[in-house]
Design a protein around this ligand. Structure first.
Ligand code: SF4
Ligand code: SF4
Length: 306
């Protein structure tokens, strides 16, 4: 177990216990329906969503990703000039989660990663000189949470398994790596353009829109995607999400894994020429379009209303 300490912090004391925990670390915690603080943590939320969280919730609510994002989330910038993130929107004029009911979470089986982890925090750490990320954990102790006083003990690995986090973390790994890589690349990469932020947002969070883009004729003209992947992403949300992470690694960090068709540029130019030729032929057939002077238009309407 490693300690980390924030000295002379100008901020109020953090509820995060300053100790790095490992999967085998034993914690004491139990959250259940009969506990006095039941629902307390859902009354004041600050929950960031992963792409897999969105995928699960939109499916649960039988909505498209675009509809879900609009109704239940708001976008935010994770780092200054950095990457786009998405948070759950609380109830109108309040701080409680919109999925909270008297009986508990109404989307429990599909609740987001952050809700599953609480009161454990996942930390991805990259040490100086290392080119891989280590995962460590920390525990968050807030006064309102009485689960820490319950007698049950279990390791963090057991807790993650119980909360279904192995699957959630596995399926969000590609997204986490993109964020960490962007953070460690720092300002040398420069301020991302609005377009690249939008691209990141659509690919990671608005999966249905990304599907339209990734299966369009224009995309296919540019990228040479393996036929099995091309077929799979038409219907399989998880395959589409993973393909999106792969595409972003290529676009953001030049990690080439999807070949660009050598003739892509010529094809685009040929299409443009073709469009121009069609327009020329139309003009040739119908002759130049005659414009009517404004005065005549006014006259015309004047007569019609007379
Ligand atoms: S999604 Fe469920 S568990 Fe998470 S904050 Fe909302 S009500 Fe609570
Ligand atoms: S024990 Fe903690 S996590 Fe469980 S309901 Fe109470 S405040 Fe929420």
């Amino acid at each position: 177990m490693e300690d980390f300490e924030v000295k002379d912090s100008p901020f109020p004391p953090s509820p995060v216990v300053p100790q790095l925990l490992q999967p085998e670390t034993v914690i004491q915690f139990h959250c259940h329906k009969d506990i006095a603080c039941f629902n307390a943590c859902c009354k004041n939320i600050d929950i960031s969503l992963t792409p897999y969280d969105i995928l699960r919730l939109k499916k649960r609510l039988n909505m498209s990703s675009g509809e879900f994002l609009k109704a239940y989330t708001f976008p935010y910038e994770m780092e200054k000039d950095g990457i786009a993130g998405v948070k759950l929107k609380p109830v109108e004029g309040g701080t409680a989660c919109r999925f909270m009911t008297e009986q508990g979470c109404s989307v429990y089986e599909d609740r987001p990663t952050a809700c599953r982890y609480y009161p454990v925090g996942l930390l991805s750490i990259r040490r100086q000189g290392e080119n891989f990320d280590r995962e460590a954990y920390a525990i968050i102790k807030e006064n309102h949470c009485l689960g820490h006083n319950e007698a049950r003990q279990l390791t963090i690995a057991e807790y993650r398994k119980e909360q279904g986090l192995e699957e959630y973390d596995e399926l969000s790994r590609g997204w986490r790596q993109l964020i960490l890589k962007k953070k460690s690349a720092g300002p040398t990469v420069g301020k991302p353009s609005k377009r690249s932020l939008q691209m990141f947002f659509m690919t990671c969070y608005d999966l249905d829109q990304f599907r339209d883009f990734a299966t369009s004729a224009q995309f296919n003209d540019l990228y040479e995607v393996e036929p099995e992947t091309r077929e799979k992403i038409k219907t399989d949300d998880i395959a589409l999400m993973q393909f999106g992470f792969r595409l972003l690694r290529q676009v953001m960090f030049n990690e080439m894994s999807i070949p660009i068709r050598p003739d892509a540029l010529e094809k685009r130019l040929a299409r443009k020429r073709e469009r121009e030729q069609i327009l020329d032929r139309i003009v040739e057939k119908i002759g130049p379009v005659e414009t009517v002077p404004v005065e005549e238009l006014e006259d015309k309407y004047k007569h019609a209303s007379d």
